[in-house]
Ligand binder design. Structure first.
Ligand SMILES: CC(C)(COP(=O)(O)OP(=O)(O)OC[C@H]1O[C@@H](n2cnc3c(N)ncnc32)[C@H](O)[C@@H]1OP(=O)(O)O)[C@@H](O)C(=O)NCCC(=O)NCCS
Length: 329
């Protein structure tokens, strides 16, 4: 057999029905629609309501739709990887729970945590299982219920995030239209700038940790912004250069949706026109591991077989990366 690559052969997404608008946030914290839109590009985001509803529900909806649209039977799935920083529970993994919900039995499944870069990390991990030759069909999911960790009294962060999930089917291919190249990186310099302190083994939940708000997402937005702008653009430009791609060669840039200004700066550095950049931040905000597959899902109809597509992300850790792929269908 020749060289085996991993091709994305299907994509699906899910966002919950409830729409949290900037206007509603104005009633919750001292902020306003104009500030949020001009600083972030966000107008509204989706929130999963309902007791006991978590990331496994979001991921299950996305994967269910993916199986249906690609005509994939549960028993054909060799493995499922779920990128999330808001797992349904400590264990079983959210990936395991999604498989159980959909009757996927005997496939390997695990979660992967790389914050907003999680989907890129998971896509590369899934691709490597396929390249190794033993697995034929792997599902990669990004699912985050960010509303479960956001402090809705903190205007610095509560305006940014939403809930959602997206999933892709990866299949073995000997053709050209595969995942061509990946760069994924991390640097712990971000550990004091964006984190959740409590709930893990260092500070398990107690009355005191709850009172101190250790279970909430914290971010030094201004500092993270500076790292994000530079790192996401640097890595996207690096992957273009080493694949001899100019801005004109790129059909679409699919960036992580954290802030419109970060997206524009990345496109600008890559010399890619904004009409070739997927943007849905205005509707969904930052859904962490779900932003990139949600964009793939919404732009699927526009992509053509053989299109050069660049994915790029930056997130907590810090983690960041870029993937160059040729669209397969
Ligand atoms: C969070 C973010 C939108 C804030 O935008 P910013 O332009 O950096 O704004 P600043 O944090 O400098 O705050 C500017 C002022 O607005 C205020 N402000 C913050 N949030 C506000 C809100 N929701 N409404 C109104 N004012 C707000 C601040 O208190 C500050 O006031 P001050 O100047 O009196 O201190 C931006 O920093 C960002 O997107 N950061 C990176 C996000 C990111 O990439 N996250 C990472 C994971 S992917």
């Amino acid at each position: 057999m020749g060289n085996i690559g991993a091709a994305i052969t299907g994509v699906s997404g899910y966002v919950p029905d409830y729409v949290l608008t900037n206007r509603e946030l104005e009633q919750m914290v001292e902020t306003n629609d104009e500030w949020i839109r001009s600083r972030t590009g966000i107008s509204e985001r989706r929130i999963l309501k309902g007791e006991g509803m978590g990331s496994a529900y979001l991921g299950t909806q996305a994967v269910k739709a993916l199986l249906e649209k690609t005509g994939t039977r549960p028993e054909e799935v060799d493995g499922l990887i779920c990128a999330t920083i808001t797992p349904e529970m400590f264990f079983p993994s959210t990936a395991n729970l999604i498989c159980d919900n959909l009757g996927i039995r005997g496939a390997f499944s695990f979660d992967l945590a790389a914050a907003c870069s999680g989907f890129l990390y998971a896509l590369e991990t899934g691709s490597n299982f396929i390249r190794a030759g033993n697995q034929k069909k792997i599902i990669v999911v990004g699912a985050d219920k960010m509303s479960s960790i956001v402090n809705y009294n903190d205007r610095n962060t509560c305006i940014l995030f939403g809930d959602g999930a997206g999933a892709v089917l990866l299949e073995a291919s000997e053709g050209e239209n595969i995942i061509k190249d990946t760069i994924i990186r991390s640097d712990g310099v971000g550990k004091d700038l964006i984190y959740i302190k409590g709930g893990g083994s260092a500070y398990p939940p107690t009355h005191e940790t709850i009172e101190l708000g250790y279970h909430h997402f914290f971010q030094d937005g201004r500092s993270v912004f500076k790292y994000a702008v530079k790192s996401m653009a640097d890595v996207a430009v690096e992957i273009m250069k080493r694949n001899n791609l100019s801005g004109e060669d790129i059909a679409y840039l699919v960036p992580h949706q954290a802030n419109m200004r970060i997206i524009e700066a990345t496109a600008n550095r890559m010399a890619v026109n904004m009409d070739k950049v997927t943007v849905n931040i205005q509707k969904y905000g930052n859904t962490t591991a779900a932003t990139i597959p949600l964009c793939l899902w919404e732009w699927e109809d526009k992509f053509k077989k053989g299109d050069n597509i660049i994915l790029a992300a930056f997130g907590g850790g810090f983690t960041w990366g870029s993937i160059y792929l040729k669209w397969a269908y």
